[in-house]
Design a protein around this ligand. Structure first.
Ligand code: OAD
Length: 233
């Protein structure tokens, strides 16, 4: 593939990443064959109602996910994204991923739209803290209630401060590179539109077309790490 653009020609880059970014690390995506939501019903494992009904069951699921992610390593695609951020510190990584892989690859100030598998919070006490225990222990806060994964589950609102950071980055970027997202989960899926409507250069990297592909100037088909290597040049 002859790269249609070079990352080095842009100054303010936003990488907007989804589960396909981590697929080459061995972390399953959510949709498509082998997708997490094919095996697990989100209504049983990934919504507040499920947690209120049976927090132990929801924690067992998240413990399993922590253990699976902990076994995986960042892939060459994550490392290219980090290298670009090191070379151009105004680069912003906006991710829908909760796996912490960008940070493990050395990225800084990652905007985590959907929270993190590696943080917990106590809503009654309004406390959020990092937690990397496996299995998560203790599951209960000193107030007596359960710690909850600090993840944006189905039907939850996104944290408006996090969305604001993402919007600001997209309002200022000269290049948006979307990587490995199906573009079906809102409101995250509408954020790239901010950059597209301003006339920033836009690139979609994915194995296949998505419902939002038409937003992008260049639609590059292939594995994230291969296409990123081409763009990095
Ligand atoms: P999806 O599983 O919906 O989509 C993954 C996308 O990655 C698909 O479009 C694949 O074609 C593409 N893909 C897979 N492997 C790839 C590779 N090696 N290189 C490039 N592309 C690849 O994942 P997301 O779009 O991230 O929410 O899903 C959005 C949200 O839905 C997630 O953040 C998650 C889920 O419910 C939470 O965890 C809160």
């Amino acid at each position: 593939m002859a790269a249609p653009i070079r990352l080095r020609d842009f100054q303010r880059i936003v990488f907007f990443t989804g589960a396909g970014m981590s697929a080459e690390s061995g972390i399953p995506t959510y949709r498509g064959s082998g997708g997490i939501w094919k095996e697990y019903d989100y209504q049983e494992y990934a919504c507040q109602a499920a947690f209120d009904r049976d927090p132990e069951k929801v924690w067992d699921f998240h413990d399993k996910r922590r253990a699976a992610v902990a076994k995986c390593e960042p892939n060459p695609g994550h490392r290219i994204v980090t290298r670009v951020q090191e070379e151009k510190p105004s680069t912003v990584i906006v991710t829908q991923n909760i796996d912490g892989m960008h940070q493990r690859a050395g990225a800084k100030d990652v905007v985590e739209l959907h929270g993190s598998l590696w943080r917990v919070r106590c809503d009654p006490e309004n406390v959020v803290r990092p937690d990397e225990t496996m299995p998560m222990d203790p599951r209960k806060c000193s107030c007596g209630g359960y710690w909850r994964p600090d993840i944006v589950w189905f039907e939850d609102q996104l944290d408006h401060r996090v969305v604001r950071r993402a919007r600001e980055a997209l309002e200022e970027c000269d290049l948006l590179v979307s990587i490995g997202t199906s573009g079906v989960v809102y409101p995250a899926a509408q954020l790239p539109r901010i950059a597209a409507e301003r006339g920033a250069m836009t690139v979609e990297i994915n194995l296949e077309d998505t419902p939002v592909s038409s937003l992008y100037r260049h639609r590059l088909r292939g594995k994230a790490s291969d296409v990123l290597a081409e763009l990095y040049g």
